[in-house]
Design a protein around this ligand. Structure first.
Ligand code: SF4
Length: 387
């Protein structure tokens, strides 16, 4: 359970509001060129159906801005209201143009006006020159965002910090924070507030440290910008999922995080299930029935794996106004105690039969697996329907 969610201000991205007491939203990004309008529309529709609440597209040149607008037009014509974020690197000019067509523009603090390939050492004057250049281009960008009432994510990525920041503050969380702070100073000068911040690294420890440092600094300053969470370049398969769950989950348990993206080197639709599981596992959002089950041992006298699978197949995708927890336990030794906070618990008896408990009271005693699954499915469906 999340102890206390960090206080943040609300930032609107189209009709979705990030921060405050709003649900922690799920984001994703399409993984095909933006000029592939049809493919992007298809991918975004699928993501939207799968639970994605904000979608991001790469905008790499001015042509892409037009494709972005076209994709948006098609989606809106098909009643797909998903907020759209333009992802821009390297070019203040493209970022400015994107403000006209996107709900939010994501920029990278490290390459907005700095060059990533360049000198590795900087005199004080050279450092200030870089800062001055950023202030000019970012100030113009923020002013336009403010006029158009668009929001901005300032992305701080460990792998693309400006060389002058690395030279001055090292290659770690301090440089990441200083990079954000420099951008926030510009935002304050032009009184632009609709900002979401992210601090991403491919290493879980570094990502957690960077977010914790940034949030403690922001809180000291009384700056309650919402935080976008993600472990970047986490790869694919189980390992990527575990890394994302550790990094994002740990911060959510700290109360940090207002929106998230699970980055997988897979079809983006696969990110949805992981994001939902992280949020539900942390107690941050509920996407359906929560199943808990013991691992089973020598005391288990029935096929616990198949009972769990059968219940999940009947009820796993059910959602409703009630949050339900079902425990499937092998035996009475720890069963009822471990399942104490579950709404329903199935517990095996040594003779192979099963009993069903509701709030620790036995409502079906020593029945077959078939009977218990049928009854529990029916009761849960009635509860989820609110009847
Ligand atoms: S609940 Fe019973 S069957 Fe399950 S692991 Fe514990 S002791 Fe074993």
């Amino acid at each position: 359970m999340i102890a206390r969610r960090r206080q943040t201000k609300e930032v609107a991205v189209g009709h979705v509001v990030i921060g405050g007491s709003n649900d922690i939203s799920i984001q994703s990004m399409t993984n095909i060129p933006t000029k592939n309008v049809e493919g992007n529309v298809r991918q975004i529709c699928e993501l939207f159906e799968g639970g994605c609440e904000i979608v991001r597209l790469a905008v790499t040149n001015l042509e892409d801005v037009k494709f972005f607008a076209e994709i948006r037009k098609i989606l809106r014509a098909n009643d797909i209201p998903i907020p759209m974020v333009a992802d821009v690197h390297f070019s203040p000019a493209i970022a400015l143009n994107c403000l006209e067509v996107a709900d939010k523009v994501r920029i990278n603090a490290g390459n907005f006006s700095d060059k990533l390939l360049g000198p590795q050492s900087f005199s004080d004057d050279e450092f200030l020159l870089g800062k001055d250049k950023l202030q000019k281009s970012l100030g113009k960008f923020f002013r336009r965002a403010k006029d158009l009432k668009k929001s901005v994510r300032i992305g701080i990525n460990h792998g693309s910090l400006a060389p002058r920041m690395v030279y001055k503050f090292g290659h770690g969380d301090v440089a990441m924070w200083e990079s954000a702070r420099e951008c926030l100073e510009v935002a304050r000068e032009v009184q632009f507030e609709d900002i979401v911040l992210s601090f991403k690294t491919s290493g879980v420890k570094e990502m957690i440290a960077a977010n914790r440092l940034a949030c403690s600094k922001l809180d000291e300053m009384g700056s309650y910008y919402p935080i976008h969470l993600g472990v970047t370049e986490s790869g694919n398969g189980d390992y990527a999922r575990i890394k994302s769950a550790m990094g994002i989950g740990c911060l959510l348990m700290d109360g940090i995080g207002d929106t998230l993206r699970v980055s997988l080197t897979e079809d983006p639709i696969r990110e949805m299930e992981v994001a939902k599981n992280i949020l539900q596992g942390c107690g941050a959002r509920c996407y359906g029935i929560e199943f808990i089950a013991c691992p089973s041992c020598g005391r288990t006298s029935y096929d616990i794996q198949s009972v769990l699978e059968e219940l999940k197949s009947h009820l796993g995708k059910q959602t409703g106004s009630r949050n339900l927890k079902i425990a499937v336990m092998g035996c009475m030794v720890n069963g009822l105690g471990e399942a104490g906070d579950a709404d329903f618990a199935i517990i095996g008896s040594p003779n192979g039969t099963l009993s069903l408990y509701q709030n620790r009271n036995c409502i079906l005693k020593n029945v077959s697996r078939k009977e218990i699954c049928k009854n529990l499915t029916k009761i849960c469906q009635l509860k989820l329907d609110g009847t």
